[in-house]
Design a protein around this ligand. Structure first.
Ligand SMILES: [Zn+2]
Length: 136
C-alpha cells in the first residue's frame, strides 16, 4: 500500500469515526430517536451543527497542540541551552491561549530556563506557531 492509498484509507476511517460519533451525539442532543422535533427549523439544526463542528475543531486542535507541548516539555529535560550549551532548568508550564478560526483554545506551554544566559526557552512555540494559530 503506497502513501496515497494509506492517506485515502485513513480519511475513510476518520469519516466512519465521525459518522458514528455524530450518531451518538444526535441521540444525546435529540433523545432516543436521534431526530429533532417536528417543526424544528432547518436553520436551528444547521446552527447546532456549526456549533458542534466548531467545538470539535477546538477540542481537536487543543489536544493535538497539548501533545506537541508535551513533546516540547520532554525536549526541555533532554536539551541544553541553545545559546551557551549549559544545562536547562525546567520551569512550570504556563497556560497559553491561542485564537483559532473556530475560537479560543488553550494549552500548557513548557518552559526551560538557562541560569547562565538568564533566558527562558519555549520549545513548543515554533511548531505551534507554524500551524497558523494566532496568540491572544
Ligand atoms: Zn545559556
Amino acid at each position: 500500500m503506497d502513501k496515497k492509498q494509506r492517506a485515502a484509507r485513513k480519511a475513510q476511517e476518520v469519516r466512519e469515526e465521525v459518522r458514528q460519533f455524530v450518531e451518538r451525539l444526535r441521540r444525546r442532543v435529540y433523545g432516543e430517536h436521534a431526530c429533532p422535533d417536528w417543526g424544528t427549523l432547518f436553520s436551528e439544526i444547521e446552527e447546532l451543527g456549526v456549533q458542534i463542528g466548531d467545538s470539535v475543531c477546538r477540542e481537536f486542535v487543543q489536544q493535538a497542540v497539548s501533545g506537541q507541548a508535551g513533546a516540547g516539555g520532554q525536549r526541555c529535560r533532554d536539551e541544553s541551552c541553545p545559546a551557551c550549551g549549559g544545562p536547562l532548568q525546567r520551569r512550570d508550564p504556563e497556560p497559553k491561549p491561542l485564537l483559532t478560526r473556530r475560537g479560543e483554545v488553550s494549552w500548557q506551554e513548557p518552559q526551560a530556563y538557562c541560569t547562565k544566559c538568564r533566558k527562558a526557552f519555549f520549545p513548543a512555540v515554533q511548531g505551534v506557531g507554524d500551524s497558523g494559530g494566532r496568540p491572544l
